[in-house]
Design a protein around this ligand. Sequence first.
Ligand SMILES: *Cc1c(COP(=O)(O)O)cnc(C)c1O
Length: 383
Amino acid sequence: MTNAYDWMARSLDTIRRADWYRSVKPLQGRAGAVVTLEGRKVINFASNDYLGLAGDERLIEAAIAATREYGTGSTGSRLLSGHRELHRQLELAIASLKQTEDALVFSSGYLANLGTIAALVGARDLILGDRYNHSSLKNGAILSGATALEWEHNDLDDLRAKLHRHRPHYRRCLITTDTVFSMDGDLCPLPQLLDLAEEFDCMVLADEAHATGVLGETGAGCVEHSHCSGRSLVQIGTLSKALGSLGGYVAGSALLVDYLRNRAATWIYTTGLSPADTAAAIAAIEIIRSEPERRAQLWRNVNYLKQRLQQTRATLLPSEAPILCIGLASPATALAMAKKLKAAGIFAPAIRPPTVPTSRLRFSVMATHELEHCDRVLEVLDV
Ligand SMILES: *Cc1c(COP(=O)(O)O)cnc(C)c1O
């Protein structure tokens, strides 16, 4: 007997044979630089909690207080019954951090990208995206119905050539890019990209997911770091990485935000952010503003681990972010290295195709790591 669902088992077998199979592993206890994985304490180089805020007492207290005051759920979409003063307070805090006129919070960064891209362009339009863009940018392009083309990673000559060739045939054009590439740690050439966009009359959507709270004088992100604050663009980000909460946002002009409130389906037809997540994110932004030393500590750790790795034979991929990757020959080697590290008490994931074109070990550094945590990586890697 066969049934209509059997193909899934065959498909999973193919995935396993390629060493692409993935499964979830439960972490125990509170988020932090040291966590308990499968019952053992491990140094955590696998989290996006760059500033160590997900386990911070102040965020926890803010989430508890908001839950007591408003309840667990926001009970409706923002346009119907789910809008709270707390949401607006968060949006104004994001706009202030990002130095934009306004901001809009979504239930996740993924949904912010899907909804924003599909609202900005449609069937008569063109999207040009960096080949290494995050999945949410690629799927947003598909959802929009626009013609979606990719340019070679960070290659502005290729982007210019594609703009020359294709831009005249479309109504609107949206250029999309990660600002910090999430599986590599390198940055997009934002100033030059914005110049090209002006030259060819294009909009730009920059995804600051791994940059917000991490890069820039005040933690505003790569836009600030690249001296592009105030230039016209659409900024996307997440509340779930350096901000230690859950949710996503769009920051930009008041016109953009007003338009998205009326056109972004992933914002209009979904429940508003929970009071706990909203309050935790507000507390995180306040800490980012008032404690720049946390960001300084993060960069001290990043520079230390990077410098030590550079002294070894390991192939360190180019990075200007707290994401440091060691290139490896195959998915099997990457898995074996990650296993060896885990056995020695270091949690750093193997990142493999199809997420990335080539396999690697990925280390995410946190402000709350100790220098000894970084030393331990070097001891165990033995390269
Ligand atoms: C993590 C990430 C997202 C998704 O954000 P979530 O809030 O986790 O959905 C989007 N874009 C990039 C570049 C990311 O790294």
